[in-house]
Design a protein around this ligand. Structure first.
Ligand code: HEC
Ligand code: HEC
Ligand code: HEC
Ligand code: HEC
Length: 181
C-alpha cells in the first residue's frame, strides 16, 4: 500500500516535470485553428502561414524521419511519434496539462509546436477587443516569449541539441504585424 502511494507520487512528479510549459490556471488552450481565424490575413501579417510552413508546425513529422527512427532503434523506443520522451517537445498537445484544454478545442498532436506553446493558452486573450490592447492581452494570459520560453525545449534533453542563439533563432521564426514598432 505504502509502496503504491509512493509509486503514484513518483508518477505524479514525473508527469509534472514533463509538462514543459505552464501558465495561469484559469486560461485554457484553444488550438491553432482559433488563432488562424484572425491571424491568416495579409494585413495582420499572416502569422498562421509563416508558422505552418516552418519547422515548429512540422515538428511531429520529424519524429517519423529516418534520423528519428535510427535514434529510436538504438535507444529502444518503439515509435518516437507516439512516445512521450519525444512528443514532450515536439507537440504542444503533449506538453500541456489536458485539464487545461478548452472543451471545444480541436487541438491534436498534429499541430506540432503551435502558437500557444510560446504565447500561452488563448481562451481569454483571443477576444478581439482584448487582443488589440497589449496590457489587457498580457493580463489575460498572453505571453510575449523571451529566451526562457524557448529553452524549455531548446536544451540538452533534446538528443539533437544545437547551441541555442536566441537572437538568431528569433529572427528565423519572425512573424511581425506589418507596420508595428
Ligand atoms: C478575434 C480575432 C483574433 C483571434 C481569434 C486571435 N487574435 Fe491575436 N490578435 C488579433 C488582433 C486584431 C491583434 C492586434 C494586431 C495589431 O497589433 O494590429 C492581435 C495580436 C496578437 C499578438 C500580439 C499582441 C501584442 O500585444 O503585441 C499575439 C502574440 C497574438 N495576437 C497571438 C494570438 C494567438 C496565439 C491566438 C490564438 C490562441 C490569437 N492571437 C487569436 C486578433 C486575434
Ligand atoms: C514546445 C517546445 C518548443 C518551444 C517552446 C520552442 N521551440 Fe523551437 N523547436 C522545437 C522543436 C521540436 C523544433 C524542431 C522541429 C523539427 O525540425 O521537427 C524546433 C525548431 C526551431 C527552429 C528551426 C531550427 C533551425 O535550425 O532552423 C527555430 C528557428 C526555433 N525552433 C526557434 C525557437 C524560438 C526562437 C523559440 C522561443 C521564442 C522556440 N523555438 C521555442 C521546439 C520548441
Ligand atoms: C527537450 C526537448 C526535446 C526532446 C525531449 C526531443 N526533442 Fe527533438 N528536437 C528538439 C528541438 C528544440 C529541435 C530543433 C533543434 C535545432 O534545430 O536547434 C529538435 C530536432 C529534432 C530532429 C531534427 C534534427 C535534425 O538535425 O534534423 C529530430 C529528428 C528529432 N528532434 C527527433 C527527436 C526524437 C526521436 C526524440 C525522442 C527520443 C526527440 N527529438 C526528443 C527538442 C526536443
Ligand atoms: C516558437 C515560438 C512561437 C510560436 C510557435 C509562435 N510565436 Fe508568435 N511570437 C514569438 C516571438 C518570439 C515573438 C516576438 C516577441 C517580441 O517581439 O517581443 C512573437 C510575436 C508575435 C506577434 C506580434 C508581432 C508584432 O509585430 O508585434 C503575433 C501577432 C504573433 N506572434 C502571433 C502568433 C501566432 C498567431 C502564432 C501561431 C500561428 C504564433 N505567433 C506562433 C514566438 C512564437
Amino acid at each position: 500500500m505504502v509502496r503504491m502511494i509512493f509509486r503514484s507520487a513518483v508518477l505524479v512528479l514525473v508527469l509534472f516535470s514533463m509538462t514543459t510549459v505552464s501558465y495561469g490556471k484559469d486560461f485554457k488552450y484553444v488550438g491553432v485553428k482559433k488563432c488562424k481565424t484572425c491571424h491568416k490575413s495579409k494585413k495582420i501579417g499572416n502569422q498562421y502561414k509563416i508558422w505552418s510552413e516552418a519547422k515548429h508546425a512540422n515538428a511531429l513529422k520529424s519524429l517519423s524521419s529516418p534520423k528519428a527512427l535510427e535514434y529510436a532503434k538504438k535507444n529502444g523506443i518503439a515509435d518516437p511519434s507516439k512516445d512521450a520522451k519525444c512528443l514532450n517537445c515536439h507537440a504542444t498537445y503533449a506538453t500541456i496539462d489536458h485539464k487545461l484544454l478548452d472543451p471545444k478545442t480541436k487541438m491534436t498532436v498534429d499541430e506540432g509546436v503551435s502558437c500557444e506553446s510560446c504565447h500561452g493558452p488563448g481562451s481569454a486573450y483571443k477576444k478581439k477587443s482584448i487582443m488589440k490592447d497589449h496590457k489587457k492581452s498580457l493580463a489575460n494570459g498572453l505571453n510575449m516569449p523571451d529566451e526562457k520560453t524557448c529553452v524549455q525545449c531548446h536544451n540538452k534533453k533534446n538528443p539533437f541539441f544545437k547551441p541555442f542563439d536566441f537572437k538568431k533563432m528569433v529572427a528565423k521564426i519572425s512573424h511581425p504585424v506589418p507596420g508595428k514598432k
